[in-house]
Design a protein around this ligand. Structure first.
Ligand code: IMP
Length: 426
């Protein structure tokens, strides 16, 4: 995985499943060679776990490159909870990471406010999506319905107060069972006083900054959160997040023209997981999920919820390869499949005796399709610590080959453990 010196020095990292594919580790790995790492969508619903020398770091908003002391950007497509950002910066500073001149926040990013979280909770009672309850959907909802509050508004006291009055007129009747309006206002203004002062030094026109960096041929990683199947347009709607984790999201999420996004790396876990509600064709029966969940430590990094586990699904990964224009594929957590025999890969779906090779748009089909599997022998060896592809056991290589065959894409890199050193190039 190298920066593309001949054209533009950008790499976009996307998830090919329902998130939690191990993007954090890959971004951290690649950021050693990068100058800037950019988050372009989502918010603190994300949880990127990175392990350095056995120490675990979970980041929600700030790109994983910060752990390599690289410069990081939170671009306009991200929704920012000021308190979550404050806590994350403080956490990193305590761990000895330098943030001051290394973090830039877009003045156009939208702000998550306490009422968004109440609205998230209320919405879950009428339409259960299994959200992270971080206010993500309601905040993006405000952005699209033109009542959102951006970082630049948050920094202007009078603008902010005016916008809060307007928003509360509209939203308070919905949330009044949770909180008294005056208490809520007092709380919001008190937080804004504290956090706007804190955030201000980091705020910039990040589009101009990025364009300037691109002209200077700097190496930039665009890091997505969540995964393609959680994309609000191309995922399992309505069981999705409210942003665009796909490569197309980079352009609107940062303000840079699409032709700068030409190297797109897709991350696929060697099996499939999802958190929250929604269709999952290759989901294992509950009793069979426990082994994989334990072996893969499949618990949400943000909410701690157990992740639903299932077989590798080539139909969704092919869908992701197409939608994102993935140029290279990375396979993660292959080591977690140890002692599972046989291993299965879903290569198509069946619905009423009809074979489907494309991921269907219909929510009914997504729910009721049955997967068509190929199977192959599993492995019982501990493959962590292996550093060369040729040294992997035969059955592991067979499994990788089958994934390549049914996804019609070569796998360039394989992750065999949580540490950055547990990575092999193929
Ligand atoms: P929201 O993004 O909190 O609105 O949640 C919408 C859906 O996306 C829910 O099913 C969440 O579990 C899922 N989701 C959000 N962020 C992540 C993530 O980082 N990894 C996996 N699933 C996520």
């Amino acid at each position: 995985m190298k920066f593309n010196k001949t054209i533009f020095n950008t790499i976009t990292i996307v998830g090919t499943q329902w998130g939690d594919e191990g993007k954090g580790k890959v971004v951290h790995f690649l950021s050693r060679d990068a100058d800037y790492i950019v988050r372009y969508q989502g918010g603190n619903n994300a949880g990127h776990t990175i392990v350095i020398d056995g120490k675990e770091y979970i980041l929600h908003l700030i790109p994983a490159g910060i752990l390599e002391h690289k410069k990081c950007i939170i671009a306009n497509g991200v929704v920012i909870d000021p308190k979550a950002l404050f806590n994350e910066i403080k956490f990193l500073e305590k761990k000895g990471f330098y943030i001051k001149n290394n973090l830039f926040i877009s003045d156009l990013a939208h702000v998550i406010l306490p009422y968004h979280k109440y609205l998230d909770t209320i919405k879950e009672t009428t339409q259960k999506i299994g959200t992270t309850q971080k206010g993500i959907g309601p905040c993006y909802g405000d952005m699209y319905s033109r009542s959102g509050i951006r970082i630049c508004d948050y920094l202007e006291n009078d603008t902010f107060e005016e916008l809060i009055e307007k928003n509360l007129k509209e939203k308070y009747p919905l949330i009044k069972k949770f909180v008294n309006v005056n208490d809520l206002k007092r709380y919001i203004f008190k937080e804004q006083k504290k956090f706007s002062k804190f955030i201000k030094p980091y705020v910039a026109n990040t589009t101009n900054l990025l364009l300037d960096l691109i002209y200077k041929n700097k190496k930039i990683i665009f890091e997505s959160a969540q995964g393609t199947l959680l994309d609000v347009n191309f995922g399992t709607y309505p069981y999705v997040t409210s942003s665009h984790p796909i490569s197309g999201g980079v352009s609107t999420g940062t303000g840079i023209p699409p032709f700068y996004i030409n190297k797109i790396v897709g991350i696929a876990k060697a099996y499939t997981t999802r958190v929250g509600e929604g269709p999952f064709p290759t989901e294992l029966e509950e009793k069979d999920q426990t082994f994989l969940r334990t072996q893969g430590k499949e618990y949400g990094a943000t909410t701690g919820r157990p992740r639903r586990c299932g077989w590798f699904d080539a139909v969704i990964v092919k869908h992701a390869i197409k939608i994102n224009g993935i140029t290279e594929l990375i396979l993660t957590k292959l080591d977690c499949l140890k002692n599972i025999n046989p291993l299965k890969i879903c290569i198509a779906y069946k619905y009423k005796n009809k074979l489907l090779t494309e991921f269907p748009a219909s929510r009914k089909l997504q729910k009721y399709v049955t997967p068509v599997y190929v199977q192959t022998e599993g492995f019982s060896q501990d493959i962590r610590g292996i550093t060369k592809y040729c040294d992997l056991p035969k059955n592991v290589k067979n499994y990788v080959r089958l994934i390549e065959k049914y996804c019609q894409k070569e796998i360039k890199m394989i992750s065999l453990g949580r540490d950055r050193n547990e990575t092999i190039f193929k």
